[in-house]
Design a protein around this ligand. Structure first.
Ligand code: SF4
Ligand code: SF4
Length: 444
C-alpha cells in the first residue's frame, strides 16, 4: 500500500509505547462531577436544570438556541448540587453545573427511537446536534455544523482523521481497535447524510493493528489509507493534502475544496447517537507522561476531575511538575488536577520537572530549519521577530493568522527560540485589537 504524506512537518518521538497496547479501562465515576457550560467552540450554554433537580444519564442539562453550539448531558444519575463558577480546561472559572452522583447509573429515555435508515439527512443532523456531539480530536467543533455545508459548497470527500499524530496519545487507536463496528456503522450513516458513495480514513503507519482492524470490517466504499508517521499529519489541511493532493488555500476552509474532515472517535459517537439514541456522555482519554505511575487509556464520564484519572493510574512515581491537556505539541498546560474532563479532552499528560524543562533560548542563527518545517509554508523566524516588536501590520502581511500553532518550528530550532509562544502572542494581540475595534464600532 502506498503511504501518503504532506510537505513540511517534523518527526518527534512517538512516546506511545506506554499506552498503545493497553485496552480501555472504564473509570468508575466519582461522587462529584463538574460540567462547564463553555466546553467547545461556539456559544456557551445555559442550564436547563436547577439546583436540587434529579438527573439521569443522558438527560440534557444545558443548551442554547445558537446553531453554533451543542447541548450537554448528564454522565451519571444523581442530583444537581450546585451551579457556580469553577475552573475549566482553559484555566478560567466559568459557569459550571455540579452533579452529585447517586451511584445508581439510572438512564434517561434515549434521545430518539427512530430507525436511522428511515431518517432524512436533516433529521440525522438534528439528532447529532441533540446528542451534543463535537469533534473529539481536541478542537471540539460542533459536528452538526461541520455536516451542514452551505448549498453552494459541493462536498466530494468525507475524510476521517485517525492519524493521531500527537506524541503519547493513543485514545483514537484504542477506539479503532475496540469500537470498530461502531466506526463502520457511523461511516455508513455519514456517507448517506452527505450523499457520498465513498469515504477515506487516514491512519498513520505506526498503528498497523488499527489499520488491519478497520480493513477487516470496511466495505468497498471505505478506503482505509496508510499515512507516513509525521507531525502534524492529523491537522485538517495536511490530511486533505496527503489524501486528495488538494491544497486548501490560506484563509479557506476544507469545504472550500469539497472536503469534510471528521475525527475517528466522533464517527463512533455519530453511530451511538443515530443507532442507539445515546448522547455524548463519556470519552476515551490517554493518561501518560513520565510522572504517571501506570499510564492507561481510560473510558471516562464527562465531568470527572483529572485527579480521579491519575488516581486510577496509581498516582505519581515522580513529583508532578507540568500538566498538559491534550498532546505535548498542541495541548494546553493545566493549572490543577481539579479541572474536569470535557468533550475535547483527548489526553492528560503529567511530566516531572526534568521532562518539562524549557531550554534557554539564544539568538537566531538564520539556519532556515523552521521555514522548512512549517507545514503552513510560513516564515516562523520572521513572525517571531515582528511579534516581539509588536508590529501587527507586518505580522498580518506575513499571514500570521494562518499559523495553526503546531509547534513544528519550535521543535526544530537549534537556537531553542520560543517561536510558537511568540507567534501565539502576536495572534492574541491582533485578535484583541480586532475585538476592541468591533466594540468601538458597536458603541458608535
Ligand atoms: S507553529 Fe505556526 S509557524 Fe510554527 S510551524 Fe506550526 S504553523 Fe508554522
Ligand atoms: S530554526 Fe531557529 S535559528 Fe533557525 S532560522 Fe528558525 S528561528 Fe532562526
Amino acid at each position: 500500500m502506498k503511504k501518503l504524506t504532506f510537505s513540511g512537518g517534523i518527526h518527534p518521538a512517538g512516546n506511545k509505547e506506554a499506552t498503545e497496547k493497553k485496552p480501555l479501562v472504564a473509570l468508575t465515576p466519582p461522587q462529584l462531577l463538574y460540567y462547564p457550560l463553555s466546553q467547545h467552540i461556539g456559544a456557551p450554554l445555559k442550564p436547563v436544570v436547577a439546583v436540587g433537580d434529579a438527573v439521569a444519564i443522558g438527560q440534557k442539562i444545558a443548551d442554547t438556541d445558537a446553531f453554533m453550539s451543542a447541548p450537554l448531558h448528564a454522565s451519571v444519575s444523581g442530583r444537581v448540587k450546585d451551579i457556580g463558577n469553577y475552573v475549566n480546561h482553559t484555566n478560567t472559572p466559568v459557569p459550571t453545573i455540579v452533579i452529585e452522583n447517586d451511584g445508581l447509573d439510572t438512564w434517561a429515555e434515549p434521545i430518539h427511537t427512530k430507525n436511522p435508515d428511515e431518517m432524512t439527512p436533516d433529521e440525522m443532523r438534528k439528532i447529532i446536534r441533540e446528542a451534543g456531539i463535537v469533534g473529539l480530536g481536541g478542537a471540539a467543533f460542533p459536528t452538526h455544523v461541520k455536516l451542514s455545508p452551505p448549498a453552494d459548497k459541493k462536498i466530494t470527500h468525507l475524510i476521517v482523521n485517525a492519524a493521531e499524530c500527537e506524541p503519547y496519545l493513543t485514545s483514537d487507536r484504542r477506539v479503532m481497535l475496540e469500537m470498530t463496528d461502531d466506526i463502520i456503522g457511523g461511516l455508513r450513516y455519514l456517507m448517506r447524510m452527505l450523499s457520498l458513495n465513498e469515504c477515506y480514513v487516514g491512519v498513520e503507519d505506526n498503528a498497523p493493528e488499527a489499520i488491519c482492524a478497520l480493513m477487516e470490517k470496511a466495505d468497498d466504499s471505505m478506503h482505509i489509507l496508510e499515512l507516513k508517521k509525521k507531525y502534524p499529519q492529523g491537522s485538517e489541511k495536511q490530511l486533505i493534502n496527503a489524501i486528495t493532493g488538494k491544497e486548501v488555500p490560506m484563509g479557506a476552509l476544507p469545504m472550500d475544496v469539497g472536503c469534510i474532515v471528521i475525527n475517528i472517535g466522533t464517527v463512533a459517537e455519530v453511530y451511538h447517537a443515530l443507532a442507539k439514541g445515546i448522547p455524548l456522555y463519556q470519552r476515551v482519554v490517554t493518561v501518560s507522561g513520565d510522572a504517571v505511575m501506570e499510564p492507561k487509556n481510560l473510558l471516562v464520564r464527562l465531568g470527572t476531575p483529572f485527579s480521579c484519572l491519575t488516581e486510577e493510574c496509581g498516582g505519581f512515581k515522580k513529583e508532578p511538575h507540568k500538566i498538559i491537556m491534550g498532546g505535548p505539541m498542541m495541548g494546553i498546560a493545566g493549572v490543577s488536577l481539579d479541572i474536569p474532563v470535557v468533550k475535547g479532552t483527548s489526553g492528560l499528560l503529567v511530566f516531572s520537572e526534568k521532562a518539562s524543562h524549557m531550554p534557554t533560548e539564544s539568538m537566531c542563527i538564520r539556519c532556515g530549519r523552521c521555514v522548512n518545517a512549517c507545514p503552513m509554508h510560513l516564515m516562523p523566524t520572521t513572525l517571531d521577530l515582528y511579534s516581539r516588536l509588536g508590529d501587527l501590520e507586518t505580522l498580518q502581511k506575513y499571514n500570521i493568522m494562518n499559523c495553526m500553532e503546531c509547534g513544528s518550528c519550535t521543535y526544530v530550532c537549534p537556537a531553542k527560540r520560543y517561536l510558537v509562544q511568540s507567534i501565539r502572542m502576536g495572534k492574541a494581540k491582533i485578535n484583541a485589537r480586532k475585538a476592541k475595534e468591533k466594540a468601538k464600532e458597536a458603541n458608535k
